[in-house]
Design a binder for this molecule. Structure first.
Ligand SMILES: [Zn+2]
Length: 388
C-alpha cells in the first residue's frame, strides 16, 4: 500500500530551499519552483493547470505609499487650510488605489485535482511556494502596521478642524507635534520594506509544499473516496494574492473543505489556526478544526488552537467566500509578549506570537527542519483525507 515517505518530501524541500533557494514572487526562483511543482504533480499522473494572476510588489507598494503620505503631510503646512485638506484627501485617495495604479507582475497557482465520480465532498489541500523578503526589523514593522490607520485618522481630523476655521489658534505647533509622530512612522514604513535579501523559506513554506506534494502522490495511489484538489499558491507573501485569485476564479460546488499547510517543519507543538486578525476577525471553521484535532490525536500529538492576531494565512480568502477552511502549522514556544497582550485587550484567547525565530530570515534553511515533523504533517493530512 502507498505510504507517506518523509524522505521523498524532504527531497522536495531540499530542491526548493537549497537548489532553487529564494523564491520571491515575480523572480526566476519563484518561476523555477512553480515549474518543479508542476512537473512533480504531472509525474504522479495528475492533469495539472497553471492559473495566472496579477500582483503588485508589496515592498514597492509600501515604499510608494510611505513617500506619498509623508510628502502630502509636509505640503499641507505650506498651504491654506482648505487646500491643505484637499491635498491630504487626494493623497489618501491615491494611497488607497495604489495597487490599481502601480505596475503589475505575473504570478501563478499550480492546481492538480484528484477526481472521483459522484462525490459530493471535495477537499482542497493548499500551501504557498513563494518566499519572503527578509525582515529588516520585526518590531518596527508591527509598530507601523498597528499605528498607521490611527495616525492617518488623527491627521485627517486635524486637517478637518483646521479647515473648518472654528478655532482661531495657531496651528503650526500642533502640526509640528503631529509631524513628530507621523513622519517617523512613514520613514519606518519605507525603511522596513527596504531589504534586498530574500529568505530561502525552508520552513516558510517549502515545508508545506513538500508535504502537499508527497500527500498528492500517495493520494493518487490510494484512491480515497473523496475528491481532492491540491493547490500550490504563488505570491502569498505579497498579501495572499495567489489564494485570493484562486477563490475568485474557482467555481465551488457541493461540500468543500479547505486545509492549508504553512510552516510545518520546525518546532514540537502542533497548532491549528483558530482565527486571524485583531479588529477585523476571521474565525476558522470550528467543525473542520474538530475533525483535524481528531486526526492529529489519531496520529499522536495533541494540537493546540492558535489565534494569529498579526499574521495572515491562505485560508482567509476561502473563509471570506463562506467555505470551511483552516491552517495546520507547527511551532516552538513563542517568546513575544506583544500578541498575548493584544489578545487580552481584544478579548481573544489562544493569542500568541510565532516562536520560530528564523521566519523571513536568511537562516530559514533546510537544517532547521526536522524529518519527524514532515512525517507527522504528512500523516495528519492523509488521515484527514481518509476521514472526511
Ligand atoms: Zn508562509
Amino acid at each position: 500500500m502507498a505510504e507517506f515517505e518523509p524522505r521523498r518530501a524532504f527531497e522536495h524541500l531540499d530542491k526548493l530551499a537549497y537548489e532553487i533557494g529564494p523564491r520571491l514572487a515575480g523572480t526566476r526562483g519563484e518561476q523555477q519552483a512553480a515549474e518543479y511543482i508542476h512537473k512533480q504533480l504531472e509525474s504522479y499522473g495528475y492533469k495539472v493547470e497553471a492559473q495566472e494572476f496579477d500582483f503588485v510588489d508589496r515592498a514597492a507598494h509600501t515604499q510608494a505609499g510611505a513617500s506619498l503620505l509623508a510628502a502630502a503631510f509636509i505640503v499641507t503646512l505650506f498651504l491654506p487650510e482648505i487646500s491643505a485638506l484637499a491635498v491630504f484627501l487626494i493623497a489618501l485617495a491615491v494611497f488607497s488605489s495604489l495597487p490599481k495604479l502601480m505596475p503589475k507582475q505575473k504570478g501563478k497557482n499550480i492546481i492538480a485535482t484528484f477526481k472521483q465520480e459522484n462525490q459530493k465532498k471535495h477537499l482542497i489541500i493548499t500551501a504557498h511556494y513563494d518566499s519572503a523578503r527578509c525582515v529588516v526589523n520585526y518590531r518596527m514593522q508591527i509598530f507601523v502596521k498597528l499605528s498607521l490607520v490611527p495616525l492617518i485618522s488623527i491627521a485627517l481630523v486635524f486637517m478637518l478642524v483646521r479647515a473648518a476655521g472654528v478655532l482661531q489658534i495657531s496651528w503650526w505647533p500642533i502640526w509640528l507635534l503631529l509631524a513628530f509622530i507621523f513622519l517617523p512612522v512613514c520613514g519606518g514604513m519605507f525603511w522596513a520594506a527596504r531589504s534586498k535579501q530574500v529568505s530561502a523559506g525552508a520552513n516558510d513554506n517549502a515545508s508545506g509544499i513538500s508535504v502537499m506534494l508527497e500527500v498528492a502522490r500517495v493520494t493518487r495511489e490510494l484512491q480515497p473516496s473523496s475528491e481532492a484538489t491540491f493547490v500550490a499558491f504563488g505570491a502569498e507573501e505579497q498579501g495572499l494574492v495567489g489564494s485570493r485569485a484562486f477563490v475568485e476564479k474557482q467555481k465551488f460546488e457541493g461540500e468543500n473543505l479547505v486545509l492549508n499547510l504553512d510552516m510545518v517543519g520546525a518546532g514540537k507543538q502542533v497548532f491549528i489556526i483558530e482565527g486571524n486578525g485583531l479588529v477585523r476577525k476571521h474565525r476558522t471553521s470550528k467543525k473542520l478544526n474538530e475533525v483535524l484535532i481528531k486526526c492529529c490525536e489519531h496520529i499522536g500529538p495533541k494540537p493546540k488552537l492558535w489565534w494569529a492576531a498579526l499574521a495572515g494565512h491562505d485560508h482567509i480568502p476561502f473563509l471570506r467566500a463562506k467555505l470551511p477552511a483552516t491552517t495546520f502549522t507547527l511551532d516552538s514556544p513563542g517568546t513575544s509578549k506583544l500578541e498575548p497582550r493584544l489578545g487580552k485587550i481584544f478579548g481573544l484567547p489562544n493569542t500568541r506570537g510565532r516562536g520560530y525565530r528564523y521566519i523571513h530570515t536568511m537562516e530559514d534553511m533546510p537544517e532547521k527542519i526536522e524529518l519527524a515533523n514532515i512525517e507527522l504533517a504528512g500523516k495528519v493530512v492523509l488521515e484527514f483525507i481518509k476521514t472526511v
